[in-house]
Design a protein around this ligand. Structure first.
Ligand SMILES: Nc1ncnc2c1ncn2[C@@H]1O[C@H](COP(=O)(O)OP(=O)(O)OP(=O)(O)O)[C@@H](O)[C@H]1O
Ligand SMILES: C[C@@](O)(CCOP(=O)(O)OP(=O)(O)O)CC(=O)O
Length: 431
């Protein structure tokens, strides 16, 4: 290490996207290494709207590893954090910055402690894949800090040990997590199927029905499904392998009909597996009982709205998918369809009277503009969707918390601009 070893703090800041699975990962064959029972495929979401930013720092003046998540100090003692830290430290290489007088040899990384600060710009642990963006960002940033030479796929195999779905957040666009065969997990990693430009017509609207923490975590939910659901075994062995081939083909050919049909069917089967679990798991609800029926009904209303519209058009316009929570991720075939979708959603789920439209529809505001909606007057004037045949068409004001308009997005990036760092460059403590 450099002579004036107490003086310096070396930092790296990175930003990493979340992802939404269109062929779901549900079930592990190895709990510690996080090896799945089937391949999965996801779409990376635009980090401009949903992302994690993480700063990692190292300094001889730090006396133990520390982490702050969303400005609160959290423990790093959990096995998943420890596994990621150990794997990255094993791959650390020599580093030198002559200007700053910093020299770290491979063997020094073992002894040096880390400070980590991370911020999710969306709700944590609410079924919006915070663990995916979070662990991907941690591993990506640490790999850069420690000068590791691994490529993105090799890094994905480390992020996987933090949270399975995290391995898919190491790439932008369309990503496949190959389940692999190796007992040690060396071949269970993510690969990019196509980048974010490949199918840039797609628009994604997320209906945030609840941002509360869920009752059954994905980790324990899938463990219970592996132990008790026969449908899960059938799904992993017979259904998913065929769907993976079809989904890869649909993505390659930008075949929206096939993409939508597979996405909806796979989401529905994942929730069917949850219901087939003993005791059954209902993810389309909320931890609070008062909200239970409302959230459940909201999910079914969204599914029914999309199903009816798709049927009336004769071919799918929108795909829906739900992870381990009640939030609907809706993928529209293009911007025009997305504007029509938003009109339908705002007709059925107008904001409560005390909610401002600007905070009710966030993310890419151009979709609101394309839908011809500039204010509450335009929302009130929306006609009922023509395919709805109940007269008068029902409205469910306040049943959705807010909508996020986004699109397929890029993979992790590094920030060279120090103003983006979450740690103070002098002290290594949160800013
Ligand atoms: N930015 C982050 N950096 C590191 N770890 C994070 C970060 N954000 C979340 N996590 C970890 O992920 C956990 C939350 O994961 P969990 O699977 O419960 O929720 P989720 O990922 O938001 O939802 P889901 O995976 O069902 O979509 C947190 O308790 C924390 O351990
Ligand atoms: C429903 C899912 O979102 C499940 C995600 O599970 P996690 O990756 O959060 O689980 P662990 O590996 O135990 O951390 C489907 C998916 O993302 O493929």
């Amino acid at each position: 290490m450099a002579e004036e070893s107490g003086k310096w703090v070396l930092m790296v800041t990175a930003q990493t996207p979340t992802n939404i699975a269109v062929i779901k990962y549900w079930g592990k064959r190895d709990e510690t290494l996080i090896l799945p029972v089937n391949d999965s495929i996801s779409v990376t979401l635009d980090p401009d709207h949903l992302c994690t930013t993480t700063t990692v720092a190292v300094s001889p003046s730090f006396d133990h590893d520390r982490m702050w998540l969303n400005a609160k100090e959290i423990s790093l003692s959990g096995g998943r954090f420890q596994n990621c830290l150990r794997e990255i430290r094993n791959r650390a290489c020599d580093f030198e910055d002559k200007e700053k007088g910093i020299k770290i040899e491979k063997k020094d990384w073992e002894k040096l402690h880390l400070h980590i600060a991370s911020y999710n710009n969306f709700p944590t642990a609410a079924g919006l894949a915070s663990s995916a963006a979070g662990f991907a960002c941690l591993v990506f940033a640490l790999a850069k800090l420690m000068n590791a030479k691994e490529d993105q796929s090799q890094l994905s195999a480390i992020a996987r040990q933090g949270s399975g779905s995290a391995c898919r957040s190491l790439f932008g666009g369309f990503v496949k997590w190959i389940m692999g065969k190796d007992e040690k997990g060396s071949d269970s990693l993510a690969v990019q199927l196509a980048d974010e430009e490949h199918w840039n017509d797609l628009v994604i609207v997320i209906a945030v029905v609840s941002s509360r923490q869920k009752e059954t975590s994905s980790t324990s939910g899938m463990r219970e499904s592996v132990e008790t659901s026969l449908l899960l075994q059938h799904r992993a062995k017979e259904v998913v392998p065929k769907r993976i081939v079809q989904m890869e083909e649909a993505i390659k050919n930008r075949d929206f009909s096939s993409f939508a049909q597979l996405t909806c069917a796979d989401s529905n089967q994942f929730h069917a597996v949850c219901l087939d679990t003993s005791p059954p798991i209902f993810y389309m609800n909320d931890t609070s009982h008062r909200q239970f029926s409302t959230n459940m009904e909201t999910c079914f209303r969204i599914i029914s709205c999309v199903e009816k519209w798709n049927r009336s058009e004769g071919s799918p316009q929108v795909a829906y998918t739900f992870d381990a929570g009640p939030n609907a991720v809706l993928i529209a075939r293009n911007k025009k369809v997305a504007a029509q979708l938003l009109q339908r959603l705002l007709f059925i789920f107008p904001p409560s009277s005390d909610t401002d439209l600007n905070s009710y529809v966030i993310g890419d505001k151009s979709i609101l503009h394309d839908a011809g909606i500039g204010g509450m007057k335009d929302v009130e004037a929306l006609p009922p969707p023509p395919e709805i045949n109940t007269v008068p068409a029902q409205k469910y004001q306040g049943d959705v918390s807010y909508f996020i308009c986004t699109r397929p997005g890029r993979g992790p990036v590094l920030f060279s601009d120090e103003s983006k760092a979450l740690l103070n460059p002098e002290t290594g403590l949160p800013k």
